[in-house]
Design a protein around this ligand. Structure first.
Ligand SMILES: NC(=O)c1ccc[n+]([C@@H]2O[C@H](COP(=O)([O-])OP(=O)(O)OC[C@H]3O[C@@H](n4cnc5c(N)ncnc54)[C@H](OP(=O)(O)O)[C@@H]3O)[C@@H](O)[C@H]2O)c1
Length: 214
């Protein structure tokens, strides 16, 4: 089972750290190309290799770890998905410039955090991501924890909980195995429409919840 990661920032690089720590290999890509990921691949060699977005997107399991506003561009023109698994690690938020009107908008409850919720016009977030990866089986996971704890699945003598959700039972089973392989305790939140909303930032009631199974 090969793994690709599209996006090598806070989320993508820490998923790569988590995988490498547990002996799993992956190809990771960003918008600037493999050479720009030298420091990360030196840190995580030999298991984590930098590649093009096309290469990362050709894996059996592809993690999407780009900002919401970049999803369309990052996932455009990639090889056919053919029921391969896409793990949606994104959240529908926009990061704001401190000087932008949105950052000072009194009607934006998230202004103090420097973010704004994106209006999905009645869709749930993985539905939107699913439209960008037609034919893939989407599982939402790795989106709800602060990335600073992500490479460390054990805490207080127990295992951190990782929520996941999806509409395809077999794809979810594969992702569950992956979550277990990296030391987390997986908790199935049901279909995407339910689990994605519960675990997704900014308003999901389980977003940012860091449970430890003792
Ligand atoms: N940060 C967190 O704590 C956290 C936790 C859970 C979930 N998330 C979610 O994870 C996603 C990524 O957040 P982040 O904090 O990791 O963002 P980030 O640090 O800004 O990283 C974004 C990454 O996406 C890459 N990228 C942008 N456009 C691309 C394109 N067209 N093709 C390929 N790669 C592209 C960037 O590459 P370049 O730098 O080369 O442009 C960068 O590596 C967001 O949806 C966020 O909501 C974040």
């Amino acid at each position: 089972m090969t793994i690709g990661i599209i996006g090598a920032g806070a989320l993508g690089s820490n998923i790569a750290r988590l995988l490498a720590k547990h002996g799993l290999s992956a190809t990771i890509a960003n918008s600037r190309g493999p050479a720009s990921l030298k420091a990360l691949t030196e840190e995580l060699q030999p298991l984590i290799k930098a590649g093009t977005v096309q290469e990362a997107a050709s894996a059996d399991i592809v993690v999407v770890a780009v900002r919401w506003v970049d999803i369309e561009k990052a996932l455009n023109g990639l090889p056919a998905w053919n029921r391969r698994i896409v793990i949606d690690g994104t959240n529908p938020v926009a990061f704001l410039d401190a000087d932008s009107p949105d950052a000072k908008d009194p009607n934006n409850p998230l202004a103090a955090y420097g973010i704004k919720a994106i209006d999905l016009a009645g869709k749930h977030s993985s539905q939107v991501v699913g439209e960008a990866v037609p034919g893939a089986r989407v599982v939402k996971a790795f989106n709800h924890l602060d990335v600073r704890v992500l490479p460390e699945p054990t805490a207080s003598g127990g295992q951190r909980v990782l929520f996941y959700s999806g509409d395809d039972v077999d794809a979810k089973a594969e992702v569950r195995k992956l979550i277990e392989a990296v030391g987390y305790f997986p908790v199935d939140l049901g279909p995407l429409a339910v689990g994605g909303s519960l675990s997704g930032l900014p308003f999901g009631s389980l977003a940012g919840v860091n449970l430890v199974r003792i």
